[in-house]
Design a binder for this molecule. Structure first.
Ligand SMILES: *[C@@H]1O[C@H](CO)[C@@H](O)[C@H](O)[C@H]1NC(C)=O
Ligand SMILES: *[C@@H]1O[C@H](CO)[C@@H](O)[C@H](O)[C@H]1NC(C)=O
Ligand SMILES: *[C@@H]1O[C@H](CO)[C@@H](O)[C@H](O)[C@H]1NC(C)=O
Length: 223
């Protein structure tokens, strides 16, 4: 009875099972996830791969959009504009182990344009009527938050290599080994024909049409 009530109490506040990923130093390899499930229905979604490793000063993330046929973006959009209205790949990142209220939202589009902001989401699930405050990082390149994007229309791939400074998360130079993180990865698919209706996909699909649900963030360990 005691254990049952503990389980029920935990179930009320968590998403239950979340996936886990072990991430090595870049000198030793990469940790990799692949997903092909939509948000929230969990039906088929274009295959997406995310590879991570770390060095002394950066998290390295390679986003691979496979089965990409649209390469759809709005070419007038620039840094920190609403690139999520078109196609984007995203990482939500928190240094710590609990379900966060505040985390980095990083996005990139097929035009190599990025969106980077600290999010304050005190309800943890972007509850109706609750604030979702957004504080942009306005000089990403100066900060060392950079990307390299390669499109291959024939192979139907879009690959972005991103570098995200560990210092953003108060991880000092050379101190990433042993740190623990919560993250989720997302991809938005839309074409000129279907705009503005989007297909959404995630490493750990949220149960609503809403990426901002931190109980669903996976556990990521830098080893
Ligand atoms: C989705 O999961 C959250 C967190 O566990 C929960 O609060 C919410 O009620 C769920 N929503 C639906 C539609 O099941
Ligand atoms: C692209 O973005 C600009 C600026 O936000 C907007 O005025 C324009 O309508 C958009 N174009 C398309 C094709 O959606
Ligand atoms: C993408 O943006 C970065 C800066 O973040 C820049 O260094 C790079 O040359 C850009 N172009 C491509 C094709 O990746």
């Amino acid at each position: 009875m005691f254990w049952l009530s503990l389980l029920l109490a935990a179930g009320a506040v968590s998403a239950g099972y979340v996936p886990a990923l072990q991430v090595p130093a870049c000198s030793a390899g990469t940790g990799s996830v692949e997903y092909s499930k939509s948000v929230p229905e969990q039906v088929a979604f274009p295959r997406t791969q995310v590879d991570l490793c770390y060095d002394d000063s950066f998290i390295h993330i390679t986003f691979r959009a496979l089965e990409e046929t649209n390469f759809y973006y709005n070419e007038s959009q620039t840094t920190n504009e609403g690139i999520w209205q078109y196609e984007a790949m995203e990482a939500f990142i928190y240094h710590g182990t609990n379900d966060p209220q505040s985390y980095l939202e990083f996005e990139v589009n097929p035009n190599n344009v990025t969106f980077q902001a600290w999010i304050y989401n005190p309800s943890k699930v972007r509850a109706a009527g609750a604030p979702l405050d957004t504080s942009f990082l306005t000089t990403p390149i100066v900060d060392g938050l950079t990307t390299e994007t390669t499109l291959d229309r024939e192979a139907q791939t879009w690959v972005t290599d991103a570098k995200i400074p560990l210092g953003l998360f108060n991880v000092d130079v050379g101190k990433a080994a042993g740190t623990q993180w919560r993250m989720n990865f997302f991809r938005i698919v839309v074409s000129p024909d279907t705009f503005p209706d989007q297909l959404l996909g995630a490493w750990n699909p949220t149960n609503e049409t809403n990426f901002h649900m931190t109980p669903f963030f996976g556990n990521v360990d830098f080893v």
